[in-house]
Design a protein around this ligand. Structure first.
Ligand code: SF4
Length: 373
């Protein structure tokens, strides 16, 4: 199983109040950051040799110039074996869309663009503190297509305060009108340490409860399913099987991945480690010849077992019970028979041959189901 390479670009023009990803608005560090990335790749090449997916995310990769992206991809190809048909994704903020930039990326071998649209409602974009407009999203989609990208995805956020099912359907219809190959629909959450969380605690707004959230989740499944999209993971929809994210699928299947850049996480051989969540510390460590690793953990059998269930049940493919048996020495059909029968009777899971698959409602509660098993 070939590993995936994730590269975290730690720059944003401004900080969205709900966001918990690491980034800084100090974009003057770009040259030192790219040099540090090159050093980090060099330091990791003994542990990782080959990749067949590259995902440049962040932060805001579209703040980098085409020449910056060329340097990063060039370094990756110099240090590692990158498959000729590697799925190579770059995340883009609609406010940064530029036709020449997209053409340059295409010439560099980038074959997948992910556009952070988030919403098609001006009021929602203001609430989310986004720096782009609805018009920016439409213009970006046009430029992405004109540059020749067929595999182009959109991010949408649902579960905004007071969002009705009709509001959400309108958002989904607006997204579908752009004919994306992929849609990622994320539930808005108030993550610890964010301004958004503090405002929620002060009672400035409230988020939909569990029952309303489930209805919104089912509405997306219904609307996008009618439009022919495959709901292949809790938050992920693909217009056709070839548009399923090969990179993200590695995270859900415990396939090794290397994360580079501040705050990036890596996984290999049951070990997980993560980088410093500070650009200065990250760059300084690499300039001094040290790895910028902030912490690591080795997952024991029970943790890997739980993660396998939790991650597998988030996907439509579910969990292969035979390989689970081989890997953990446990046949869930025997050890958890009563619980499984109950979850199947409640229409949360289905058993298809050797595969334990979630229904749509099961997907929505995959984390809770996994803890029962
Ligand atoms: S949501 Fe995206 S653009 Fe906004 S702060 Fe987070 S990484 Fe930056």
């Amino acid at each position: 199983m070939t590993a995936g390479l994730y590269i975290h670009i730690p720059f944003c023009r401004s900080k969205c109040p709900y966001c918990h990803f690491y980034s800084t608005t100090e974009t003057g560090w770009t040259a030192r950051f790219i040099d540090a990335l090159d050093r980090e790749m060099g330091a990791c090449r003994r542990r990782f040799r080959a990749f067949d997916t590259i995902y440049i995310g962040g932060g805001t990769p579209s703040l980098l110039t085409g020449a910056d992206i060329e340097s990063i991809l060039g370094a990756a190809r110099r240090h590692f074996l990158i498959a000729g048909d590697a799925e190579t994704t770059v995340e883009v903020n609609p406010a940064d869309a530029d036709g020449a930039w997209f053409s340059k990326l295409r010439a560099l071998g980038v074959n997948r663009i992910h556009l952070g649209a988030q919403s098609f409602s001006p009021a929602a974009l203001r609430f989310l503190g986004r720096r782009h407009t609805v018009l920016d999203v439409h213009e970006a989609a046009t430029l992405i297509r004109r540059a020749g990208f067929e595999n182009f995805g959109l991010d949408l956020i649902w579960g905004l305060p007071g969002q009705s099912l009709a509001d959400w359907r309108r958002e989904l219809d607006a997204a579908l009108s752009l004919e994306p190959a992929h849609l990622s629909v994320y539930r808005l959450s108030a993550e610890p340490g964010t301004p958004f969380r503090r405002r929620l605690r002060r009672g400035e707004f409230s988020l939909p409860g569990e029952a309303s959230s489930l209805e919104l989740f089912l509405t997306a499944d219904d609307s996008l399913g009618r439009a022919g999209f495959l709901h292949y993971e809790v938050s992920s929809y693909a217009r056709r099987p070839e548009f399923v994210s090969r990179h993200n699928s590695k995270y859900w299947r415990h396939i090794p991945y290397l994360g580079l850049g501040p705050s990036a996480h890596s996984f290999q051989d049951g070990q997980r480690w993560w980088n410093r969540r500070n650009l200065d510390e990250y760059v300084t460590a690499l300039e001094e010849g040290r790895l910028p690793v902030a912490g690591r953990e080795t997952l024991g059998r029970d943790e890997l077992r739980l993660e396998t269930l939790f991650l597998g049940l988030r996907t439509a493919a579910g969990v292969d019970l035979s390989s689970f048996h081989r890997r953990f020495g446990e046949d869930l059909r025997e050890t958890r028979k009563d619980i499984l029968d109950g979850l199947i009777a409640d229409a949360l899971l289905i058993l298809e041959g050797d595969r334990l698959k979630p229904t749509v409602r099961g997907m929505a509660t995959a984390d809770r189901i996994a803890t029962l098993l």
